[in-house]
Design a protein around this ligand. Structure first.
Ligand code: GLN
Length: 538
């Protein structure tokens, strides 16, 4: 195996500059030249993983095949690259400390005093190198979360410094993502914050090799020269990253700016002819839709778009596949009631009820599902959305009055959705749900079977509750059917309503597996059905 090369992506000036998108775009460009690269995100917070975080904190929690609850940037990596990530692609300070403390308890440090340097920094380095070794990678891109200068990220920066020292600067480089703010009052772009953040990096022993400058306006040659001189980089290493209308445009913009060329040169690799035909084709379709539809996304974390990131991206992929622009109207389920539901859901061509936890906003979700069922509007229920679709049918069609989920009403008489048996003993909250990829056997002659066109599928999960099979005969009938079950446990994975144009609920999260190269078939078909619904009425 050849020795891997390392690219470290740091951020300066502010957070939320899009390090994840830049990293994913660079990896895409490297992949298009035949380099086998992977991305890793190091998060400087103390939670062991983001699984216990409220979506308002960091947006969606992204789940991998191996059941890791991770940062949403991993979703971008998978969607851009079309390759799977795992627990190893997202490490937090909490996990690093947990590993080190576990080793200390086992006596692995042979009586030494355990310290941030070298023990924590060594653990960080080991986690960076592990990724490359396991997958025989050519290039590892490691994104350091947070902003340079934060107290929390100091051990990471030190670990990066040591890796560059050990590997040599021809094998390991730093790309620093920074902001060039535009001052409207004076009509100028300002470089000083960038100079300061590069200086902070230098004080910590790191030199930025490439600067990616986020900006609302064009960074002209004079400004680039100034940035290059004061930040100690060559002019061709000052890369502009101007705001674009879709994240899927960023790889091509970065290619125009030469980010891939300069990176490859600095790492002593050979430039090859990139193959981005499929990507360009996707962008072309994205830019030239034949129709426009409106989908309602009903959830309770809608104030923050990132809460449902993967669903929104899956709809973009599915829209492109159907030559249609999908406009998403996010609607807060807490504020939907019987009086306003007609207004709130007016003009929507399809409805998605989002995943979620707890009681808040449940009634609005059930009302929405009834509205979709009765009015023949394509309906897609994901995880909690599927569970509530079963409750809605139980209550309104089967007249089981006290039908509920024990998550919502612990003592309800008819627990149609109930805690999974193996969840009953669990006390710890972190990493203990039914997580990751599980098999699902699709039942023949169902819509799902025709959509997937195969019998055995694998999808990712994140839940504690399930359909209570005790109610099997009381709920399911010739219209409302089970369309997928876990072959080992009989857990209901997919439900469908056959007397409806498109009504599917899934216990899993299909949104985690949709990518640019492989849009998810359920989303594609749901958008197709919503388009049909739109065309019928217009
Ligand atoms: N709260 C539900 C459960 O734990 C659904 C979870 C989800 O929507 N991801 O089963």
């Amino acid at each position: 195996m050849t020795k891997p090369k390392y690219i470290f992506v740091t951020g300066g000036v502010t957070s939320s500059l899009g390090k994840g998108i830049i990293s994913a775009s660079l990896a895409k460009l490297l992949q298009s030249q035949g380099y086998n690269s992977a991305i890793q995100k190091l998060d400087p917070y103390i939670n062991v993983d983001p699984g216990t975080l409220n979506p308002y904190e960091h947006g969606e929690c992204y789940v991998t095949d191996d059941g890791a609850e991770t940062d949403l940037d991993l979703g971008h990596y998978e969607r851009f690259l079309g390759t799977n990530t795992s627990q190893k692609n997202n490490i937090t300070t909490g996990r690093i400390y947990q590993n080190v403390i576990n080793k200390e308890r086992k006596g692995e440090f042979l009586g030494k005093t355990v310290q941030v340097v070298p023990h924590i920094t060594n653990e960080i380095k080991e986690n960076i190198r592990n990724l490359a070794e396991d997958k025989s990678l050519d290039i590892v891109i490691t994104e350091i979360g947070g902003t340079v200068g934060d107290i929390e990220s100091l051990p990471y920066i030190e670990a990066v410094r040591q890796i560059i020292y050990e590997e040599g600067s021809e094998n390991a480089i730093v790309i620093h993502l920074t902001l060039i703010p535009y001052l409207r009052a004076t009509g100028e772009l300002k470089t000083k914050p960038t100079q300061h953040s590069v200086k902070t990096l230098m004080e910590l022993g790191l030199k930025a090799d490439i600067l990616v400058c986020r900006s609302e306006k064009t960074v002209n040659l004079d400004l680039r020269k100034k940035i290059a001189l004061f930040c100690n980089v060559k002019i061709d290493s000052v890369i502009e990253s101007i705001d674009v209308d879709t994240i899927y445009d960023v790889p091509l913009k970065m290619m125009e700016e030469g980010l891939d060329t300069i990176t490859i040169k600095k790492l002593g690799l050979k430039s090859k002819e990139p193959n981005l035909d499929k990507w360009k084709n996707f962008l072309h379709k994205l830019r030239n839709p034949k129709n426009e539809i409106k989908i309602g996304l009903i959830g309770k974390y809608i104030e923050l778009k990132d809460s449902y990131k993967s669903i929104l991206e899956s709809l973009i992929h599915a829209g492109t596949e159907n030559d249609v622009k999908v406009n998403v109207k996010s609607i807060h389920s807490e504020y939907i009631n019987e009086e306003n539901i007609n207004d709130k859901l007016d003009g929507l061509n399809g409805l998605i009820v989002a995943p979620g936890f707890g009681q808040r906003g449940i009634d609005g979700k059930i009302l929405t599902i009834e509205f979709a069922r009765v009015n023949n509007i394509p309906f897609f229920g994901i995880c909690l959305g599927m569970q509530m679709a079963v409750i809605e049918y139980a209550k309104n069609v089967k007249k089981i009055n006290d039908a509920n989920s024990t998550e919502i009403s612990e003592k309800c008489k008819n627990p149609i959705i109930d805690l999974m048996t193996n969840q009953k003993e669990i006390i710890n909250k972190g990493g203990t749900m039914r997580l990751g990829a599980w098999d699902c056997e699709i039942i023949k002659n169902t819509k799902s079977y025709s959509i997937y066109n195969k019998k055995l599928i694998s999808e990712r999960h994140r839940h504690r509750y399930e359909f209570n099979n005790y109610y099997n005969d009381k709920i399911f009938d010739e219209n409302f059917v089970k369309a997928g079950i876990n072959p080992n446990t009989d857990l209901v994975e997919i439900i469908e309503n056959n007397s409806h144009p498109w009504f599917i609920g899934v216990q899993f999260h299909p949104e985690y597996k949709s990518s640019v190269s492989n849009p998810h078939p359920l989303f594609v078909d749901f958008v197709g059905a919503s388009l049909k619904n739109f065309l019928k009425n217009n």
